[in-house]
Ligand binder design. Structure first.
Ligand code: GH3
Ligand code: MG
Ligand code: MG
Length: 220
């Protein structure tokens, strides 16, 4: 009887150890899968060149911000930026220089915008920005200052250094029925900035534009 108990006890100990090993392995595999999933999901939302949100991820977040600001009656501004004469940069200085300018503008925006603002790479040399809790006048001022400073950067090149500018459009909550519509209105304002001579920020509101007239400087 004593021997049988001993055999049974050692069987239980062995089985418990195997079960515990199997559970530990299962936990480890689950953690590894979660890690792999988070890497894949980050990659699916991120633009490879700039590390910014890609267009899809940007819009997912923009929709949420739009709903939040609308529900809580908070101001919200949406911006669209496009580098001026970018084809000339690629044609005159090569694609790697073009990439460098895109990366530089992405970093420049990241450093100068607030932590709560977010940026998406909307297309090749186009960026979209959401500024929660920011009205049109403030968004316009911030962006115009960024535009002015960005135009001062020079990229060493031959025979002369390269300077780049961007044009931008800004709209605020109310100028569009949803996030997508706001982006399309900001695009319309951007088009006005291009048409007016580039290297400038436009809104669809005359009063804001009249408050801060500036001379465009087409430097590329
Ligand atoms: P505009 O002032 O009217 O915006 O003129 P633009 O020359 O910038 O016009 P457009 O938007 O047509 O040109 C954009 C160019 O950007 C065309 C495309 O080859 C280039 N491009 C798109 N994506 C990339 C990229 O990732 N890297 C580089 N180097 N070039 C890109
Ligand atoms: Mg473009
Ligand atoms: Mg362009």
């Amino acid at each position: 009887m004593g021997a049988a108990s001993l055999v049974f006890a050692s069987f239980v100990v062995g089985a418990t150890r195997k079960l515990s090993d199997a559970m530990e392995k299962a936990f480890r595999l689950t953690r590894e899968m979660e890690y792999a999933h988070s890497i894949a999901s980050h990659a699916a939302q991120t633009d490879e060149l700039t590390g910014l949100k890609n267009r899809r991820a940007f819009f997912q977040q923009a929709k949420q911000t739009y709903e939040h600001c609308k529900r809580n009656r908070l101001p919200l501004s949406v911006l669209m930026l496009d580098i001026d004469h970018f084809k000339k940069v690629n044609d005159g200085h090569g694609h790697p220089m073009g990439d460098r300018v895109i990366k530089s503008l992405a970093l420049f925006l990241k450093q100068r915008l607030r932590k709560t603002d977010y940026i998406g790479r909307y297309g090749g040399e186009e960026f979209a920005v959401v500024m929660p809790d920011t009205d049109l006048k403030s968004a316009y001022s911030v962006l115009d200052e960024i535009r002015r400073r960005f135009a001062e950067i020079h990229y060493p090149a031959q025979p002369v250094d390269l300077f780049c500018t961007f044009s931008a459009g800004v709209v605020e909550l109310g100028e569009g029925d949803d996030a997508l519509m706001m982006a399309s209105q900001a695009d319309e304002a951007l088009y006005l900035a291009k048409k007016a001579g580039r290297n400038q920020v436009h809104t669809l509101r005359e009063d804001i534009m009249l408050a801060k007239r500036h001379t465009p400087v087409d430097v590329v």
